[in-house]
Design a protein around this ligand. Structure first.
Ligand code: SAH
Length: 398
């Protein structure tokens, strides 16, 4: 008999339990008979005693158990965690051998790389580790040691934001591995664009790497003329378009002053002149442009996550509908619409449904030219469809 504490699935849930999903929610398991501490390795059993998997328990989180292993003979220890890191790193290296080296790359994509609750992004010679589970915090020091031994880097930023900390019942933090060591600014290139990101003051891990190839594919689909870049952050889509499409006028909108300041610096660094930056709420701003009867040849919509919880799905769908309807009303016939959703709870077919009703409502034909997701370095585990969060449809609108 194993010495690892065991949890048993609730008998009502067990029939529908898809044993390979890494998240086991509080209401899916029976109350443990003895006290199990937060961060302890446990095994999960069916009510009939058959073995399901092994993971880390957290009584303070709605996700009570993060399942990490599904093979009884394995051991959940530092060695195994490092083997997952090593396999994630090798996959990126192999890919870079065939398609060219990247200066900024997601090296570990949480569930997609078998490490639920850990994201690691490399920006040139810096690493940013974002923790969203207590399970991964358990191995924080060992993960840092492994990274320092296996990747040549100057410094590492470890972050757990307020939201994740609250959900996991722990404290938020943002700590440089070598505090006070030089700059926090990473310089890297994406496509032909030179970027300078202050990792300490940026959103998420620093830059939205998931949209890397989408930025290029969107640019290749753009019509000559004007571009409205909605929720532009640091002008990622605008700058790739300025270099790879025939764009004469760019209007780039975001509600964050800090993002817009960084965007302006990026434009200057890349000698892209004349971008009209607007600090505004995207819904109000698009409404205003429609009232002014403005038109654009290309529009990118890349709003923030709108549904963080199941209860927000319907309001998110309504918000996507409003935003996309305004965009279609602003597009010239034959224009290109690049529309994105990064809400994991809004599935691809639901977002497709939004576009379908926008087409009906506006009486315009919307052709999807490409239905895309996050870039290759954001792999998705087939058992965790929630991590297929990014939808990016490149469309032609008659
Ligand atoms: N398109 C960007 C990423 C966008 S992330 C890129 O290619 O890198 C979403 C952006 O939406 C963030 O920059 C955030 O500041 C902005 N945002 C959030 N709420 C907004 C709102 N109501 N109106 C306009 N921008 C908003």
């Amino acid at each position: 008999m194993s010495s690892v504490p065991q949890l048993v699935l609730d008998s009502k849930k067990s029939r529908h339990f898809d044993g390979r999903h890494p998240w086991v929610l509080a209401n899916s398991i029976q109350e443990p008979k003895t006290e199990i501490e937060a961060g302890q390795v446990v095994e999960l059993l069916q009510p009939n005693g058959s073995w399901i998997g092994r993971g880390v328990y957290n009584p303070n989180s709605r996700v009570r158990l993060r399942l990490l292993q599904w093979q009884p003979e394995q051991e959940l220890n530092t060695e195994w965690i490092c083997s997952q890191l090593s396999s994630a790193l090798q996959f990126r290296k192999d890919r870079e051998c065939t398609s060219g080296e990247l200066e900024a790359v997601r090296m570990v994509n949480s569930e997609g790389d078998g490490l639920s609750g850990l994201v690691i992004d490399r920006f040139a010679n810096y690493l940013v580790l974002q923790f969203t589970s207590l399970a991964m915090l358990k191995w924080r020091e060992q993960i840092l040691d492994w990274l320092q031994q296996n990747i040549a880097i100057d410094n590492i930023l470890c972050v757990m934001d307020d939201n994740a900390a609250k959900q996991e019942g722990t404290e938020p933090f943002s700590i440089w591995q070598q505090e006070g060591k030089g700059s926090t600014i990473a310089n890297f290139r994406e496509h032909d664009v030179e970027l300078t990101v202050d990792l300490k003051a940026a959103q998420k891990t620093g830059y939205y790497l998931d949209q890397r190839t989408n930025r290029m594919q969107a640019s290749l689909a753009m019509q000559p003329g004007s571009l409205l870049d909605v929720c532009c952050y640091q002008a990622g889509f605008s700058l790739v378009a300025a270099k790879h499409a025939q764009i004469e006028r760019i209007v780039a909108v975001d509600s964050s002053q800090r993002a817009l300041e960084a965007a302006e610096q990026h434009a200057a660094r890349n000698a892209v002149e004349g971008i009209e930056f607007q600090k505004a709420d995207c819904f109000d701003y698009l409404q205003q442009l429609v009232q002014e009867k403005q038109t654009f040849d290309n529009i990118v919509l890349d709003p923030p996550r709108m549904a963080g919880h199941r209860s927000q799905i319907n309001s998110a769908l309504r918000a996507y509908h409003r935003l996309n309807l305004s965009a279609v009303n602003l597009l010239r016939p034959g224009g290109t619409l690049v529309t994105c959703s990064c809400s994991g709870r809004v599935f691809r077919e639901d977002f497709w449904g939004v576009l379908s009703s926008v087409a009906k409502r506006s009486r315009r034909r919307i052709q999807v030219i490409e239905s895309r997701g996050a870039d290759f370095d954001h792999p998705i585990d087939v058992n965790c469809p929630e991590s297929d969060y990014l939808k990016c449809f490149i469309c032609r609108v008659d």
